[in-house]
Design a protein around this ligand. Structure first.
Ligand code: GRF
Length: 197
């Protein structure tokens, strides 16, 4: 069974969807630790409530150490608002995934997080947006894409409306990606990710 470490900075609804999927045995893995760089992140409370170890640390070296000590196989960035150093990404090559609330390569990269992503999509006037789960490399939102899913953008949408619609598909595709990785059904060749049925 794969050991999963989840990194969060905020509310942790994506974390919650993973906790639920693991508890319902939809994912063949165990969340061994949740780490946050924000002391008051609600994600830490969600972890504790489910008897999952919750660690606060804003020190990258320490975060790497915590993950290595627990022999983590998969690191999930679920709303972790800090760009990882090359040392971090090299320590866990092709073992870190991130969820981003747009269709990469649109509305992504440095400065595109939270509501800003949805504000930019609405301002541009796109008719579809969505969510992307991808492997993490040393740059922001540039690693190989695992799963994407679209949502419609309505002319009347506020950024909050779009955020809520996208969040629903985030929960689905993050869970699906973690499940497939835990089942060893994800292979990466260059920038192409193969996901088996
Ligand atoms: C999500 O929109 C995710 O895509 C982004 O940060 C947000 C985190 O939401 N990276 P939550 O903390 O999982 O509710």
């Amino acid at each position: 069974m794969k050991k999963i470490g989840v990194l969060v900075s905020g509310g942790g609804t994506n974390l919650q969807s993973l906790i639920d999927a693991v508890e319902q045995r939809e994912i063949n893995g165990e969340i061994a630790v949740v780490i946050s760089n924000k002391k008051d992140a609600f994600g830490l409370e969600r972890a504790k409530k489910h008897n999952i170890e919750a660690v606060y640390s804003n020190d990258e070296e320490e975060i790497i150490r915590v993950l290595e000590e627990r022999n983590i196989d998969l690191v999930v960035l679920a709303g972790f608002l800090k760009i990882l150093s090359e040392k971090f990404t090299n320590s866990f090559e092709n073992k870190i995934i991130n969820i981003h609330p747009s269709l990469i390569p649109s509305f992504c990269g440095v400065g595109y997080y939270g509501l800003r992503v949805h504000e930019a999509a609405i301002k541009y006037g796109v008719k579809v947006s969505g969510a992307t789960v991808h492997f993490v490399d040393e740059n922001a939102d540039t690693g190989p894409i695992i799963i994407q899913k679209t949502v419609e953008v309505l002319p009347t949408d506020t950024a909050e409306d779009l955020q809520n619609r996208v969040l629903k598909v985030e929960h689905q595709i993050l869970k699906e990606s973690v499940k497939k990785i835990c089942d060893d059904k994800v292979k990466v060749i260059g920038r192409t990710v193969f996901v088996q049925d």
